[in-house]
Design a binder for this molecule. Structure first.
Ligand SMILES: [Zn+2]
Length: 436
């Protein structure tokens, strides 16, 4: 095939592409069959069995094509920490991981707390087949005191506000943030943490923190904030989204809230589904994140909630850190791991055996994130914009951080053998399709 589609830094235009023989899966349209797709100038054409004249034919027999994946929780470090990640390298990591959309968190330096900055960040994604959405800061400077100019920011297309990196500590400010964002059709994303209960902690509080002599963060530090969000959602009628849920108590609170019909949603990250706090026994800081890896019973509770839809979204909390920052003692190293380039492989390797069907997975990673941000949903049909993730479901590969497009390497999954890899993405008129 032509190599023009393999460049990450300058993605080729999807001018006349013929994608041949893939299993095309679009759950919301009821499509799951082997077919050819013809993309002309970024738009899906009617079904043809023959490759149109002049088209770039890409043999995708044995591959899957799904609507484009979306990562609802990503940290790009620009502005402020471009050595760890830039918006461009974050987009390249997203493309390499099979994502056509990402939502980035505002805890940059300075924080993303006004309309002009939001507009600038969004524009940086323009040369890539990745939509960059912004979750703007909820309070000015993420100081937790004064709400941002939500109206102006919503006019830039933002539908979520968060002080992620940390919680909105004041319940009064949180309540007003929920009320105002609700009036504007947006919602608050809360990093659920009682900072006083979690203070000084580097890992989960439990058997392993005791054995290792490391200060722990109890699960209730997360759950107390989840309870506060649920109560505020009930009281105000506003929507609240709980970020990176890790604790069984949080899961119970969200499940009860949903049973009451409240507008509470939640997300889960691969590391909380696949790892426990026992991993910290090596003192490898690639197992240090916030919320921390929890106990086996918390992990099981997250699984149940992910399978039954209590946790609506699969996302990564991609949090790049430079080697210098992360290679410090466990208690002083920063929290966070990269995730964009391993999430798809981890999902395909481990989720099906846990009983999650492919269609359910796509609900959690294609539809729910966009519904939460009130974005149009991608669909595969004639005349629709091509917004696609191409997957090789049988590709066996070993996670090698040196191959990441991200500027950072801080992953706990290095050396893991996975089955299933993204082979490319098509979106916004661009295509990147890899050969391997
Ligand atoms: Zn967070």
């Amino acid at each position: 095939m032509t190599s023009k589609y393999t460049r990450f830094d300058k993605p080729a235009r999807a001018e006349n592409l013929f994608l041949q023989g893939a299993r095309v899966i679009d759950p919301r349209r009821g499509i799951d069959q082997i077919m050819n797709l013809h993309v002309r100038n970024g738009v899906l054409q009617g079904i043809t069995s023959e490759a149109p004249a002049g088209s770039d034919v890409i043999d995708l027999r044995g591959h899957w094509i799904t609507p484009g994946w979306f990562d609802l929780h990503v940290h790009l470090r620009e502005p402020g920490k471009e050595v760890a990640e830039t918006i461009a390298t974050g987009c390249m990591a997203a493309m390499n991981g099979g994502f056509t959309g990402i939502a980035c968190m505002p805890n940059t330096d300075p924080p993303l707390d006004d309309a002009a900055t939001v507009k600038w960040v969004r524009s940086q994604g323009k040369p890539f087949p990745v939509e960059v959405h912004v979750i703007a800061a909820a309070t000015r400077g993420r100081q937790g005191k004064e709400l941002v100019e939500m109206t102006e920011i919503v006019e830039e297309g933002v539908r979520a506000f968060s002080d992620d990196g940390g919680p909105i500590k004041s319940s009064a400010v949180l309540r007003h943030a929920v009320e105002y964002s609700n009036m504007l059709g947006a919602r608050i994303f809360e990093h659920a943490e009682d900072v006083y209960l979690a203070e000084g902690g580097s890992m989960n509080e439990g058997e392993w923190s005791t054995r290792l002599g490391v200060t722990g963060m109890p699960t209730i530090a997360e759950a107390i904030d989840v309870a506060r969000c649920v109560l505020i959602s009930e009281y105000t009628g506003g929507a609240v989204h709980i970020c990176h849920v890790s604790a069984k108590e949080s899961v119970e609170l969200i499940r009860n809230a949903k049973q009451k019909g409240l507008r509470v949603t939640g997300e889960v990250c691969p590391h909380h589904l696949l790892l426990t706090d026992e991993s910290c026994k090596t003192f490898d800081t690639n197992f240090k994140m916030n919320p921390p890896l929890r106990s086996e019973s918390d992990r099981q509770a997250c699984w149940e909630a992910f399978l039954d839809g209590t946790l609506d979204v699969y996302c990564t909390d991609h949090a790049p850190h430079s080697w210098e920052d992360k290679t410090q003692e466990f208690d002083i190293a920063p929290f966070g791991i990269v995730g964009l380039e391993t999430a798809l492989g981890l999902a395909l390797t481990f989720f099906m055996e846990k009983g999650m069907g492919l269609h359910t997975l796509l609900e959690r990673v294609v539809y729910a994130p966009r519904e939460i941000l009130t974005q149009p949903l991608p669909c595969i049909g004639e005349g629709e914009a091509a917004n696609l993730t191409i997957i090789d479901p049988t590709c066996r590969w070993t996670v090698s951080p040196d191959d990441f497009k991200s500027l950072s390497r801080n992953t706990p999954f290095a050396g893991w053998e996975l089955t299933g890899k993204s082979r490319g993405v098509i979106h916004r008129g661009f295509a990147v399709i890899q050969t391997f």
